[in-house]
Every structure is written in structure tokens, then in C-alpha cells.
Design a protein. Sequence first.
Length: 181
Amino acid sequence: MTTPGFRPTHVVPQHGMPAWESPDPARPTVALDPLLPVQLVERRGDWAHVLCANGWSAWVDGRFLIAVPQDPPATGGPQARTADPRPLLARAEQTLAHYRTAVEELAGGGLDGESFRVRTRGLRIGIVVDGESVWLYDTERGRWVYGDGKRVGTYAADDGPHAAAADPGHAPTQVVTPDGP
């Protein structure tokens, strides 16, 4: 269940990151998953207190969080590249169904822990729905896209703007600030 008012401000790096109960290295907790959208709540030097969509919070090394724009690209104006969001949604559904099947088999005793890890290795999904807005992680192109229900446009790429621009399937990364791109 998503915490009311949750709006991601950052994403965990693609390899995940360690987390702590408080800004104290002696109090580690469960690591954060790769590409998890989080909301920055507080900063104390390099420490960052983040909130996850499910209401869980932790302290992390804020220097490694990947910022996402506060405001996605305006849906009324032209985006760098538009695409139908349905293929990305279908891939997300397929990935989630594959993971759900593996969880059911694990819970039912049909898989052991190692078999579960093998079956789920390489699965990756990222999706945040906020009313009419959706943020989807496109695993094939290594990018986050924003959509308004009719079209999507790239707003952050794993490899940065230079690598994204070199790939004709990528639109260049565009970071949007309150003052514009």
C-alpha cells in the first residue's frame, strides 16, 4: 500500500544501497532495492532520510541517490520523443506475473531459496502511479519514462545524456527544474 502523499524525489542506484535505522553506521538495517523510488525527507550532511512508497523509512548515504525531476515534462507541450505506454505496461505486468508465480511456488514449497533466486535473477521492474501520472522503468533501454496515459517521454537514463543520445531508441535525458529544462 502506498503512503498517501508519496511522490518520489529520488531513485536508489541500479545496484541497490545499504540503509540504516538512524544516521549512525552502527545501526544497519535492510538494504534498499535497486531502482526503488524514494522520497527525500531530511538531509544531515551526507546522510539522507528517505521514505519508501509503503511507508517504510531509512537513512542512506544521500550522495548516491539519483534525483528525479520534481515536475515531469509538461504533458501539454512536445516531449523529446513520445511513445505508446502500453508496451512498457505489458512488460511490467509480465515481469510481475513471473515474479508472483515464483513467490507462489516458493511459499508452496515447490522451490527452495536457491531455485527462487535463479528463477528471479535479472527480473527488474519499476513503476509509480500517481493519479494520471505514471513513471515506468524501461529495462530494455535503461531509462525512466514519464507518462500521462497517452504517451511517454524519457526523463532519466541510466547511462546519462551522452550514452542515451548515441542510442537512436533513446531520447536524450532531460532534467526538468521549476525554471524549465
